[in-house]
Ligand binder design. Sequence first.
Ligand SMILES: Nc1ncnc2c1ncn2[C@@H]1O[C@H](COP(=O)(O)OP(=O)(O)O)[C@@H](O)[C@H]1O
Ligand SMILES: N[C@@H](CC(=O)OP(=O)(O)O)C(=O)O
Length: 549
Amino acid sequence: MPASLQFHGVTTSTPPNAPLQISNSSRHAPSISVASNRLKFSGSAAALCRLYGRSGAVPKVCCKKEVFKDVVEGRGREVGKVEEELTCVMKFGGSSVGSAERMREVADLILGIPEENPVIVLSAMGKTTNHLLLAGEKVLSCGDLNMSKIDELTFIKELHLRTVQELGVDTSVVSAHLEELEQLLKGIARIKELTLRTRDYLVSFGECMSTRIFAAYLNKIGAKARQYDAFDIGFITTDDFTSADILEATYPAVAKRLHGDWISDPAIPVVTGFLGKGWKSCAVTTFGRGGSDLTATTIGKALGLREIQVWKDVDGVLTCDPSIHPLAEPVPFLTFEEAAELAYFGAQVLHPQSMRPAREGEIPVRVKNSYNPKAPGTLITKSRDMSKAVLTSIVLKQNVTMLDIVSTRMLGQFGFLAKVFSTFEDLGISVDVVATSEELDHVVEELKKIAVVNLLQHRSIISLIGNVQRSSLILEKVFNVLRTKGVNVQMISQGASKVNISLVVNDDEAERCVKALHFSFFESGDLSETDLDDGFGNGKVSAFKVESR
Ligand SMILES: Nc1ncnc2c1ncn2[C@@H]1O[C@H](COP(=O)(O)OP(=O)(O)O)[C@@H](O)[C@H]1O
Ligand SMILES: N[C@@H](CC(=O)OP(=O)(O)O)C(=O)O
């Protein structure tokens, strides 16, 4: 039986002396895809060059299956299996890896898809991040050095040690981290200080431990795996602790490290989500809560992978938050723009920044359910058929403060809006996330010099993600529903991205509104998708209400 080589499940065959044609083409090529990684050298390419006695750098690499065909057969008998490329990234969140049983199921899930060579990204187990933060707060406020009184630490220790035991891996994979964590908490208690920088270091223990346990378990069951701390493999960020941004240098560095290791000694990479390294401080940073999604999309872009999968505890992105309305349904397709808007306006399902690398690299993102892998999930791509789309999803952001700003000067006074925005800029406040009342007091004080300002608290933003080409139709329906419910809309805004209409209502009416809107758009069966062709949307309204008298 002639020997043959496997390229991502495509068995190829070739005459021995065919020339090795090398060209830099498609990103999603099936195998020797140096182009995909923007690296100079690919393992498979290297193998092919060895096959043909070529050495040194590969100028460009062929991505065409037909060429593999020409090259591989015959010589393959001599060389054996050419290494395969990493194909996708699979991110599992805390809810997916919250126990030994869940880790086993996730391992089965990964190994049950043999055609994929995934990079695995994991979050901390279950609610570990919350427990770490609570433990930090507790030792800070009580200053007690007796760690056995800190329930959250006890819980974290028990969870990780129990998981290690149940999976049958060596306790040493987490014991040093547990010891160090205790020392850190004692340090916080002693110096009575918990800076944002220390907070990031504190929460990093969650991901550092979950990935070590999981990699050890994969190795134990015979699937060779290698653990990575993201802050050690090139995730370079700004020094904005607790909400760091990933810097461009990350992409080549991460690609070089993961790809290089894979080529020289293939093993499933298991990478900590959520964590990076500040470029100035060299300290551990985090990307903000839910930041492991961003780790996954960054790796996807860095390596030019075929697909990014984020595995959750729901059947994909849903038509609304299932904790608000249990009849929420999966949305089968989304564009990067829609998904980004949805995340930005508060849908917990995706990290707000996570779509950026995927969009830039044009890598499809699939949101799947690790508890129900057969469900199709949501596929997020650059574009989709919008011809029938009306409303895609409803997002609720509660406890928002609204500033009602009315100019005291003449109508049309130029420079007014510039002054309003420069006030926010000078005070370093993002319009959308004014965090503390102290900050608000400063803003109001400054704005009162040029305007009448009303501070309206306890408001909610309901964001309607959908086809804003149908905004008149959407708004007609929305106002009908809200009128029958006796709800007054206090502000309306259409995002420049053209996929989002936002409404501001009182907090205590918000959930009722979402349920009623969901019923009307998605359950009554008459309008979630339609062929009706109506006009274009209304004019833009600013993020907060500004009038001129
Ligand atoms: N529109 C939405 N679609 C899906 N999930 C949503 C939505 N809004 C809020 N959620 C919540 O987001 C959670 C995300 O899943 P989860 O598994 O917790 O994420 P992760 O694995 O990243 O921690 C879901 O459990 C769900 O309750
Ligand atoms: N563990 C971090 C990062 C993360 O992404 O978690 P999850 O994937 O479970 O949302 C957090 O809780 O925020």
